[in-house]
Design a protein around this ligand. Structure first.
Ligand code: OGA
Ligand code: MN
Length: 302
């Protein structure tokens, strides 16, 4: 059967059927996936759960894989794999139980904006036959385009600082059981600068590139002006006009764009309804990033 793509009908998101990621895919299948991905920003490829080697093999078709700075629940043998779960084994958590619970973009804390995240569902919590724990998304092309022209022109000139530690500290302040942030993590992920409006390295379209969890400040503004503008942009970006909520099915491989979308793990389930996801994160492409964003962004903040 030929691959098909069915858009969600919402602001972003689509389902792709008839591609089996448990086996190496053909170049034609890869091209089909890449087009569906750039057209829809979030795609779910249907299937049955498969092993980590297959997830890594597929992720590597999209680019080089990140070794996540949150070392917890990173597999020592396959360090590209992160486990997200609310399960415990012998009293020990099997995976990160509260990943992604603030609006964010993966890997914006890297010097080069992230490309994609690939999240594969082994166990999906349900109640009365309905999946729980949707992943919510917003389309950042649309968020940018919906702003007033004068504000867009102003934002086009601005740059913002992003840092992983901000999210980590905010989660601890909210009661997360994650360990304290270490100097080693701080050294590994120094604050970085990106344009507030990122020209998407693959599509050339402009997207709003700030998020509540990881964006710290806008360069050149006073702290209060920066907070005011950022809070306005966070509220705007999170508006339901730009929304898609992914309802998980076991075996789904969800691929999302980390340059033109933000996302949120909505939770809403407890330990009686297990969730188990395996993830790889795909790094950006420095040459493409620079080609589209010239000398702006992509540097460390000092
Ligand atoms: C992530 C993430 C959302 C979810 O893995 O980066 O944000 O619903 N996950 O698990
Ligand atoms: Mn995430």
């Amino acid at each position: 059967m030929k691959p098909t793509v069915t858009p969600s009908g919402a602001a972003l998101g689509a389902r792709v059927d008839n591609i089996d990621l448990s086996k190496p895919i053909t170049d034609e299948e890869f091209d089909f996936i890449e087009k569906a991905f750039h057209d829809n920003l979030v795609i779910a490829i249907s299937g049955k759960p498969y092993d980590d080697e297959s997830l890594i093999r597929f992720g590597k078709r999209l680019g080089e894989l990140e070794l996540n700075v949150a070392r917890t629940f990173r597999d020592d043998n396959l360090p590209q794999i992160n486990v997200l779960s609310n399960l415990t084994v012998d009293g020990k958590p099997l995976g990160s139980a509260d990943a992604g619970q603030m609006w964010h973009t993966d890997l914006c804390y890297n010097r080069i904006s992230g490309h994609a995240t690939v999240l594969h569902a082994h166990l999906v919590p349900t109640r009365d036959g309905q999946p729980l724990g949707d992943t919510a998304f917003r389309n950042m092309y649309q968020a940018y385009e919906a702003l007033a022209p004068e504000l867009r022109a102003r934002l086009d000139q601005l740059e913002a600082v992003h840092e992983f530690e901000q999210l980590w500290s905010a989660m601890i302040a909210r009661g997360s059981k994650r360990p304290p942030y270490t100097d080693e993590q701080r050294a590994e992920k120094p604050a970085v600068v990106h344009p507030v409006v990122l020209v998407h390295p693959w599509t050339g379209r402009k997207a709003l590139y700030v998020n509540r969890a990881l964006t710290k400040s806008i360069i050149g503004l006073s702290p209060s002006e920066s907070d005011e503008l950022l809070n306005f942009l966070f509220d705007h970006a999170e508006d339901p006009r730009f929304a898609y909520a992914h309802k998980w099915q076991v075996g789904d491989t969800l691929i999302w764009d980390n340059c033109a979308s933000i996302h949120l793990a909505t939770g809403g389930y407890d330990a009686s309804t297990p969730r188990l996801m395996h993830r790889v994160q795909v790094l950006g492409d420095e040459a493409l990033y620079r080609q589209h964003n010239k000398d702006r962004g992509g540097r460390y903040y000092v």
